[in-house]
Design a protein around this ligand. Structure first.
Ligand SMILES: Nc1nc2c(ncn2[C@@H]2O[C@H](COP(=O)(O)OP(=O)(O)OP(=O)(O)O)[C@@H](O)[C@H]2O)c(=O)[nH]1
Ligand SMILES: [Mg+2]
Length: 525
């Protein structure tokens, strides 16, 4: 039975239907409130019509100068930065590859984060006590289920937990050390470390040097150098997601400036001979990491808790051996899969050197999609030619990290409505990437039912093609319904932007559409 089917009936669906929430009028609106809303809207329309005219003029000017600006929009983890990386890989591959050693540390952090999430998930909870229940038939290595006194809360005991925790303590220390390096201490906005954690971290070590296996326990949390389960939980709360402000010079910090390079290839060499390089801790912990990830009891507990790490960002658990090799160099695919949350706005420009649009300068803007980052979007609306909006359609059964009460699909639909109905964007080309189709397919094929999370799906077939088509129509209809420009064409693509070959074809296609639309505008001037 799929874990979903074991849910109590009243927990089977999300608390609300995402589509209905996105479309409904304001709740309990009185006649007076309606009147003032309409007046405010009329006033706003007047102002926005004036602004529209100004923007149209500016846009014409820019088009004459042969400049195209594209804005990537969508919620956090929708795939914006990955799309930007694909643009870089396609148009400036040398520059893309020159940064891969900097991404190595982000990949390490992603891998260690997955290990920490497993350790957290299987850690025993001290407040529970009680009886064993329906356990999997796993021979000697069986998990115990402990049920709390009121019978509601379950905790699972993994026999090898202490073994894993003691052998992997140095990884948790490495995670803290790398995170601290990622945000140089002189930065305005620190990374994910909370003020308390940051100050204690900096107090304990001002050195930004990587950790070595021998030194990793020296500043450890207990006299034995081992981390305890409560300490692990405490660390987990301060290190939830790796993020870095775009002003940061993290790529420089992590790319080993000044270290020797190969004379022919100009690639870095010899970092593995540096005992302080993080590769040594990872290499030493690799066998235990693999043992943990392969442990059937651990996998069973993850399944019971409905934790699907395979779907999460920065998933490298199936490639531990390759990634922890001392001479590991990230491949293009590894860099595309690396997860680093965006804070601020990243600009990437390139100029096409051939084709009918030779000499046009492209500027692609990648913004942060988390709720706290969205106020930075609006200023870009004023002088953009095209928007690529990413909606991760595999996320229909997930919640926002920044607000666990909100379903991620509902959030995507609300954002989409906000973008397509925006008057400032009325004449901007809009391209929609229905993204993470690879994860959607796996999810649907593993038996997850869409109608448990989206009532409006009703009793349509729960297969990948039908689900895709349904989302295509929903987003398309919403555009038709809310766009202020009924002549605007919407271009929709099903994407998995980590897939390089297909994404490059789509990018070329999108680029041509945007250029042709803009050339048409120029001819109309
Ligand atoms: N399997 C799969 N993973 C994807 C896909 N698109 C993006 N990812 C991964 O999802 C994670 C999040 O992607 P990002 O590009 O960082 O998301 P973002 O929209 O820039 O997120 P913020 O910076 O927080 O706004 C990364 O680890 C990506 O590699 C996809 O189509 N399929
Ligand atoms: Mg990003």
């Amino acid at each position: 039975m799929a874990p979903e089917d074991r849910l109590e009936p009243n927990r089977r669906r999300s608390l609300s239907d995402p589509l209905w929430n996105a479309m409904r009028p304001p709740a309990n609106e009185s006649a007076n409130e309606r009147e003032s809303r309409l007046q405010a809207e009329a006033q706003a329309k007047k102002v926005s019509d004036g602004i529209d005219e100004m923007i149209r003029e500016e846009r014409k000017e820019r088009l004459k100068r042969k400049e195209v600006k594209v804005l990537l929009l969508g919620q956090s983890e929708s795939g914006k930065s990955t799309t930007l990386k694909q643009f870089q890989l396609l148009h400036t591959p040398k520059a893309f590859r020159s940064e891969r050693m900097a991404w190595r540390s982000v990949i390490y952090l992603n891998l260690v984060r997955s290990i920490r999430r497993i350790l957290e998930a299987v850690s025993p909870e001290p407040e529970t006590n009680g009886a064993n229940d329906d356990l999997p038939d796993e021979g000697d290595s069986v998990a115990s289920i402990i049920i709390s006194a009121n019978g509601n809360h379950r905790s699972y005991v993994v026999p090898n937990y202490d073994h894993y925790l003691s052998r992997l303590s140095s990884l948790i220390e490495l995670e803290e050390r790398l995170s601290r390096q990622l945000s140089a201490p002189d930065e305005d906005e620190p990374t994910h470390l909370s003020p308390d954690a940051a100050s204690s971290a900096y107090a304990s070590s001002v050195s930004l040097a990587p950790v070595s296996p021998s030194s990793s326990n020296s500043s450890g949390p207990s006299s034995s150098g081992q981390i305890s389960a409560p300490q692990l939980k405490n660390k987990a709360s301060i290190a939830s997601e790796v993020s870095v402000h775009t002003h940061s010079n993290w790529k420089k910090v992590f790319s080993f400036g000044g270290k020797p390079k190969h004379t022919n290839t100009n690639e870095l060499v010899g970092w593995w001979e540096d005992p302080d390089d993080p590769c040594h801790v990872l290499y030493a912990c690799a066998p235990t990491m693999m043992e943990l990830w392969r442990d059937r009891v651990v996998r069973w507990v993850l399944e019971q808790k409905r934790i699907r790490l395979e779907e999460s960002s920065g998933f490298y658990l199936d490639e531990i051996e390759r990634i922890t090799a001392k001479k590991y160099i990230p491949t293009d695919e590894d860099v595309l899969k690396a997860r680093l949350k965006t804070l601020g706005v990243i600009e990437h420009s390139f100029t096409l050197s051939s084709g009918f649009a030779r000499g046009v300068e492209w500027k692609i803007y990648d913004v942060g999609g988390a709720r706290s980052q969205r106020q930075a979007w609006a200023p870009y609306f004023e002088d953009v030619n095209a928007i690529i909006f990413l909606a991760p359609i595999s996320a229909f059964d997930q919640q926002l990290a920044e607000d666990p009460r909100v379903n991620r699909l509902e959030d995507s639909l609300l954002l989409w409505k906000m973008v397509v109905s925006n008057k400032l964007l009325a004449n901007v080309n809009v391209v929609l990437f229905l993204n993470k189709c690879d994860l959607l397919r796996t999810k649907i094929e593993s038996g997850v039912k869409l109608n448990r999370h989206l009532y409006s799906y009703g009793d349509r077939p729960n297969d990948y093609e039908s689900v895709k088509k349904y989302f295509y129509n929903k987003f398309g209809v919403m555009h038709q319904q809310y766009t202020p420009n009924k002549d605007r064409e919407l271009y929709i693509h099903f994407t998995s932007v980590t897939d390089t070959r297909r994404t490059h074809t789509i990018i070329n296609n999108v680029r041509d559409i945007i250029l042709k639309a803009n050339l048409k505008d120029i001819q109309l001037i």
